[in-house]
Design a protein around this ligand. Structure first.
Ligand code: NAP
Length: 483
């Protein structure tokens, strides 16, 4: 069992108090390295979710000034930075990513609260300089109401930071549900909110356990005005269907299938270094990980050699060991998906140039997948069509610019993409034609708190980060006044 000063309670949090489940049932949280049970979290009910919404509704009646919200946001950022080592440790134990990455994620999370604090004036009411229809006009940015925030397991600190920073900036009380696979980082965050920030009762509420009853309650409750969800496209589509009855606003950050395009004029070493950082972060389990690596024919072999050299140096192991580059995959289903993508590609003629095909995984833990590189991948293969979410680099070659663009866009997803070329004119031609909301140009970097991030096509809608993200939970109200 995990012991931590940030986990004095393994409970939910409603109306400023820690609460267990109202029944007997609980959910076990495992360390994906060895299956150790880290904790048992309460499996909270639909009734408790209702209570959380009621507490949040009551908090809405006490509006906070921009100055007060700024203070809270700064206090959360500071608490995260001060506790990054311990919070990073909790994150690593339940997720599996290396501890240094876990700490980096906590700092990244703090960045969203700092950015919101610094840019809060964007939400100030203002008057129009024109007088349309003979009136003076004031625009107010009102809180949308109670918001439901649902987060995935792959960034247990980062994903809630994106949502909660904007909710607090907008003065929206929230009901939060973390993934059942990684709820402990969220509980640790609530400990900091409880002990170090001083938010009013009901402003933030935490429920956890079975997704169905909690998710349905958030969708069906008329007081919940926005549901912001990060997770799979499959569940995102269920939420779209479930939100129709009340015309509820959704913010959806869904799956990706990122192309990483290397043109023949690229700096191949730089592109290879960037691919390594991008592809193997979180064990390859991020929505912005390169999924399809498109390399121009004339440099395909040279680039493959550079990647294979680098991949062979990677150390797979327990994230708490200082020399680990890559932890285990989150569970057996995650492991078997990568294995299926590799065996399918090999059956269809791809060549294995790094890694090996492991035996099926017996348990739901210990999924140390060997980093794998395949040459000769094609668009008929499962690894091309689906998000692999693991340490697989499928190399696909292309002839010219037009083919690269066509192949890159050959997916229903539109989240992240990457383009490597030293030819500025080429980049200017290609970037606008890529149907992705994030295009890394000579970089494999993912999102930053300062810039809006979200999806096109079936990767979702809405934006998190940047000033644009501060408006996700805002309802603009216009007041024309006749003189
Ligand atoms: P998931 O299975 O869709 O789950 C995400 C969250 O939704 C979890 O908290 C889950 O709870 C909950 N959930 C499941 N069914 C629900 C329902 N019917 N109603 C309400 N909530 C429900 O996704 P995941 O496996 O955790 O995350 C991986 C996916 O997230 C990948 O596809 C990845 O690309 C995507 N992702 C996207 C972004 C982005 O910015 N676009 C960022 C990160 C991840 P339980 O855990 O309790 O089931």
């Amino acid at each position: 069992m995990i012991e931590s000063p940030l986990l004095p309670h393994i409970q939910g949090y409603i109306n400023g108090a820690w609460v267990g489940a109202d029944g007997e049932r609980s959910v076990k949280v495992h360390n994906p390295v060895n299956g150790e049970v880290l904790a048992e979290i309460p499996n909270m009910s639909a009734d408790q979710t209702d209570e959380a919404v009621a507490a949040a509704r009551a908090a809405l009646a006490e509006p906070a000034s921009l100055a007060q919200r700024r203070e809270w946001l700064e206090a959360i950022a500071a608490a995260l930075v001060d506790n990054k080592e311990e919070m990073g440790r909790i994150l690593t134990l339940e997720h599996g990513k290396p501890w240094k990455e876990g700490q980096g994620e906590v700092e990244y999370a703090a960045g969203f609260f700092s950015f919101a604090a610094k840019n809060l004036d964007a939400l100030k009411s203002h008057a129009l300089s024109e007088k349309p229809r003979g009136c003076s006009w004031i625009i107010h940015y009102r809180p949308a109401g109670v918001v439901g925030l649902v987060t995935p397991w792959n960034f247990p600190a980062g994903m809630i930071a994106k949502k909660l920073s904007s909710a607090i900036a907008a003065d929206c009380p929230s009901v939060i549900k973390p993934s059942s696979k990684t709820p402990l980082t969220m509980i640790a965050l609530f400990t900091l909110l409880d002990q170090a920030v001083g938010l009013p009762k009901g402003k933030v509420n935490l429920v956890m356990g079975s997704a169905g009853p909690i998710g349905d309650t958030l969708l069906q409750h008329p007081e919940v005005r926005v549901v912001s969800f990060t997770g799979s496209t499959e569940v995102g589509k269920d939420l779209i269907r479930g939100s129709a009855e009340q015309v509820k606003k959704l913010c959806l950050e869904l799956g990706g299938n990122a192309p990483f395009i290397v043109f023949d004029d690229a700096d191949l070493d730089a592109a290879a270094d960037q691919l390594m950082v991008n592809k193997f972060r979180g064990g390859g389990q991020t929505c912005v990980c390169a999924n399809r690596i498109l390399v121009q024919d004339s440099v395909a072999d040279a680039f493959a050699t550079k990647i294979v050299e680098r991949v062979k140096r990677l150390k797979v192991g327990d994230g708490m060991q200082p020399d680990t580059d890559l932890g285990p995959l989150i569970d057996r289903a995650g492991f078997e998906k990568v294995r299926r993508h590799v065996t399918d590609a090999l059956a269809q003629g791809a060549e294995l140039v790094a890694g090996e095909v492991p035996e099926p995984l017996e348990h739901d833990w210990g999924g140390f997948y060997p980093p794998t590189v395949l040459k000769g991948a094609t668009s008929d293969m499962a690894c091309w069509k689906e998000e692999t979410f693991g340490p697989l680099v499928p190399l696909v070659s292309f002839g010219d610019e037009a083919q690269a663009i066509r192949l890159a866009n050959e997916t229903e997803y539109g989240l992240a993409s990457y383009l490597f070329s030293r030819d500025e004119a080429r980049a200017e031609r290609v970037i606008p034609r890529l149907e992705f909301a994030h295009v890394g140009h000579n970089t494999g970097t993912g999102p930053a708190p300062e810039a809006p991030f979200g999806g096109m096509k079936q990767s979702g809608f809405g934006r998190e980060g940047g000033v644009e993200g501060l408006f996700e939970f805002i309802e603009p109200q216009t007041v024309p006044r006749g003189d």
